[in-house]
Design a protein around this ligand. Structure first.
Ligand code: PMP
Length: 363
C-alpha cells in the first residue's frame, strides 16, 4: 500500500484553514452554574401555543419526508410579502440559503465581497464554495463602507453580502446609500441583502429589501424565522429573489432540507405574526433601555437596530466576557475586538447591565 492510500480520502484543498464557526456558548456560567444565554441573538420567548400545536401535529408524520417544495409555506410567504411564489425559495436556515446562493454563483477564482466584521458564516461558506473572500473593513462608526466595497469589485466578483443591520455591530445601511450603491454594482454581480434582524429595525430610513429588490434583478433578500419569529432551533430561512436566482436556489438546495415540523411551525408563526411582533416591540424597548443605561454608565455604544448591542472592548474583550460569565450571563466575545450582547429577558439584561457597570470602572 502506498502512503497515500493510508492517509485517508483526498479532501478538497479549499477546506484547509477554514475558520471554525463558533456557536454562542451554552447558558452555563462559572463552575457550571446556570446562566442566561445572551450569546446567539436568539429570541428569549418560548414558542407560542399555536406554533407548538402545529409542531406537535407535524410529529405524527415523522415517518414521511417533508414537502420538498415547501409549497404551503412559500404560498404563505408570497402573500405576506406581496411577491410571486416563484420569487420565494426556502432553505435550512438563512445560512443554508446563503450557502446555496454561493453554490449558485461562485467557485474557484471568483470573489465574494462583504464588510468585516460581519456575520461569521460569510468567510466560511465562501471558502467552502472555493471562492475567495474579500473583506472590506467597517467604518469607524461600525457601518458598512459602501464606497470601499464598490472599489473592491473586480471582474471576478460574483456576489456581495450587505448585512443590514450588521451582525455583530447592529449598524445599518440607509435607503439612499443603498440605492446609490446598487446603482453602481455591475448587473451580473448578485447583491444579497441579509436582513436577518429586519423586524427589530425602528429607523425609518432603513430600507426594506423586499421593496428594493423589485426593480433590480441582481438583488435578493435573505430573511429568517430564527430571530423575530423565535424558531432558531427549527432551521428555516428564505430568500426573495427574481426567478432565475430563486430557481437556482431550488436547484442547489439540499433535498428535503426543511423539515415538515419547521414548515408547519413557520406557517403557524406567520399566522401569529401580531403576537410575535408585540414580543419584538418589547425586545426593542429593552434594547433602548439597555443602550441608555450603558451610555449613562459611560460606555460608547454604536447605534444598533438589531436584537443585540456591540461593545468595542479591544484587548479587554475576553476579560469582559469572563466577568459576565462569572456573573451568570454568557455573551459573545470576538477576541481583541469587542463583545456582542443579545437583548434577552429583562432579568438577564439587568444582570448584564450590573456587570457592565462594575467592569466599566476598571477601564
Ligand atoms: N444572517 C445573519 C446576519 C445572522 O446573524 C444569522 C444568524 N446568526 C444568519 C444569517 C443565519 O440565521 P439562520 O441560519 O438561523 O436563519
Amino acid at each position: 500500500m502506498s502512503s497515500e492510500s493510508t492517509s485517508g480520502p483526498r479532501l478538497r484543498e479549499a477546506l484547509k484553514g477554514i475558520p471554525a464557526y463558533k456557536p454562542g456558548k451554552p447558558a452555563q456560567g462559572a463552575d457550571g452554574a446556570p446562566a442566561f444565554k445572551l450569546s446567539s441573538n436568539e429570541n428569549p420567548y418560548p414558542p407560542l401555543p399555536g406554533v407548538l400545536e402545529a409542531a406537535t401535529s407535524a410529529a405524527a408524520s415523522f415517518n414521511r419526508y417533508p414537502d420538498m417544495a415547501c409549497a404551503a409555506l412559500i404560498a404563505e410567504l408570497a402573500q405576506r410579502f406581496g411577491v410571486p411564489a416563484s420569487h420565494v425559495a426556502t432553505g435550512t436556515g438563512s445560512v443554508g440559503v446563503a450557502q446555496s446562493l454561493l453554490q449558485a454563483t461562485s467557485g474557484p477564482g471568483d470573489e465574494v465581497i462583504f464588510a468585516w466584521r460581519s456575520f461569521e458564516a460569510y468567510p466560511i461558506i465562501t471558502q467552502i464554495s472555493g471562492a475567495t473572500s474579500v473583506r472590506v473593513p467597517l467604518k469607524a462608526d461600525e457601518t458598512h463602507d459602501l464606497d470601499a466595497m464598490l472599489a473592491a469589485i473586480t471582474p471576478r466578483t460574483r456576489l456581495i453580502f450587505v448585512c443590514n443591520p450588521n451582525n455583530p455591530t447592529g449598524a445599518v445601511v440607509h435607503r439612499e446609500q443603498l440605492e446609490r450603491f446598487l446603482d453602481a454594482v455591475p448587473s451580473d454581480v448578485l447583491v444579497v441583502l441579509d436582513e436577518a434582524y429586519n423586524e427589530f429595525v425602528r429607523d425609518a430610513d432603513v430600507p426594506n429589501g423586499v421593496e428594493v429588490y423589485r426593480d433590480r434583478p441582481n438583488v435578493c433578500v435573505l430573511r429568517t424565522f430564527s430571530k423575530a419569529y423565535g424558531l432558531a432551533g427549527l432551521r428555516v430561512g428564505f430568500c426573495i429573489a427574481h426567478e432565475p436566482v430563486a430557481e437556482a436556489l431550488r436547484q442547489t438546495a439540499v433535498p428535503f432540507g426543511v423539515s415538515q415540523l419547521a414548515q408547519d411551525a413557520a406557517i403557524a408563526s406567520l399566522r401569529s405574526e401580531e403576537a410575535l411582533l408585540e414580543r419584538v416591540a418589547a425586545l426593542v424597548a429593552e434594547r433602548e433601555r439597555v443602550v441608555s443605561a450603558l451610555v449613562a454608565q459611560g460606555w460608547t455604544v454604536a447605534t444598533t437596530q438589531a436584537n443585540f448591542v456591540w461593545l468595542r472592548l479591544g484587548e479587554r474583550t475576553t476579560d469582559f466576557a469572563a466577568a459576565c460569565e462569572a456573573a451568570g450571563v454568557v455573551v459573545r466575545p470576538f477576541a481583541g475586538e469587542g463583545a456582542r450582547i443579545t437583548i434577552g429577558e429583562t432579568e438577564a439584561n439587568d444582570l448584564f447591565l450590573q456587570t457592565a457597570e462594575v467592569f466599566r470602572k476598571t477601564l
